[in-house]
Design a protein around this ligand. Structure first.
Ligand SMILES: C[S@@+](CC[C@H](N)C(=O)[O-])C[C@H]1O[C@@H](n2cnc3c(N)ncnc32)[C@H](O)[C@@H]1O
Length: 312
């Protein structure tokens, strides 16, 4: 498969620029979302780079593809099939205590969106959506088993869907007679319940599929966990770089960075704020977004936001 068919990396030069603090002599970097290997390749191509990259992905297909693509650099890369939320374990299993940087390019690769089951509503495939096949619940399992209330919360919280109760009621009604099996079962539920034009239908389905994907892959919880563990695992001067694609993820990163630079913490006493040590320094006052040229050549980059911080 041609490299660009697997995934065209987004904001890659900027991400690597922020990731590496050249003042740190021994570089141990984590690429927590290896995908098609675009970021790791850029790191390994830096002539002065003599360190190690721990390259992690949940998805076996991404690892197989990147192992082959990056075979010239195999002495510098430790490939790991795992969840970046298990960062501390991954670092220690790789024989290290601390790292000098971690980069996460969240979401899915183009390969997953186009070729793996359940992610795209344009093709009729099993409604799976698990990036890691060891995870138990598929998107179909969720639609077939969650209570109406839990479905509504999921659609509203992760898909920003207004009147989510109507959608969960429609799901509930359908599954009584017919269990959810494929992506088109969900598409048909929407078509039967709502009278909407093609453009609105696509936007609506995108929100529904996003909400299911976030739930199946535990995406927001994984992000919250890795931010804390990454901060604890970095050496002073080490960097965290996160590229996110929707506002829920970006808000988590923004709020986490904001809390980590605080010098004071509120107490019960309205006249007294407790002094605390900040743990991070923010490197990107505003999120970095792709240039117009990048968006033109890779429309999937249009919602990307990069934020970076340095351990104090
Ligand atoms: C947008 S792609 C990364 C693309 C990559 N930067 C490149 O240059 O090709 C996201 C990748 O992260 C992986 N991923 C998502 N969540 C993960 C997690 N919690 N742990 C490990 N990998 C994850 C996905 O399987 C996917 O391959």
């Amino acid at each position: 498969m041609a490299d660009e068919n697997f995934h065209i990396p987004v904001l890659s030069n900027k991400a690597i620029e922020y990731l590496i603090n050249e003042k740190i002599p021994e570089q141990v970097l984590v690429d927590g979302t290896l995908g098609g290997g675009g970021y790791t390749k850029l790191i390994c191509e830096i002539p002065s780079f003599k360190g190690k990259v721990i390259a992690v992905d949940k998805d076996e297909n991404a690892l197989d593809f990147s192992r082959e693509r990056l075979s010239a650099y195999s002495d510098r890369i430790e490939f790991v099939n795992g969840n970046f939320a298990d960062l501390k374990q991954i670092i220690s299993d790789s024989g290290y205590e601390r790292i000098s940087g971690i980069v996460l390019d969240l979401g899915l690769s183009s390969y997953q969106l186009n070729a793996e089951d359940g992610f795209s509503f344009m093709n009729d495939t099993p409604l799976d959506m698990r990036a890691y096949k060891g995870d138990t619940a598929t998107a179909a399992d969720i639609l077939n088993s969650y209570s109406k209330e839990d479905l509504s919360v999921l659609f509203e919280k992760f898909g920003d869907i207004g009147n989510a109760e109507r959608l969960s009621e429609a799901v509930y009604k359908r599954r009584k007679s017919q269990k959810y099996k494929t992506t088109f079962d969900m598409v048909n539920t929407v078509k039967e319940e709502y009278e909407i034009g093609k453009k609105n239908l696509i936007d609506f389905l995108a929100k529904i599929f996003q909400s299911l994907r976030i739930e199946v892959n535990n995406e927001l919880k994984n992000l919250e966990r890795v931010l804390i563990d990454a901060t604890e695992s970095l050496v002073p001067g080490g960097r965290i770089v996160i590229v996110s694609y929707h506002s829920l993820e970006d808000r988590i990163v923004k709020n986490y960075f904001r809390d980590s630079v605080k010098k004071f913490e509120k107490t019960d006493d309205p006249f007294f704020d407790k002094e605390i040590e900040p743990v991070l320094k923010i490197l990107t006052k505003k999120p970095i977004v792709p240039e117009r040229e990048e968006i033109r050549s890779n429309p999937r980059s249009r919602s990307a936001k990069l934020r970076a911080a340095e351990k104090i």
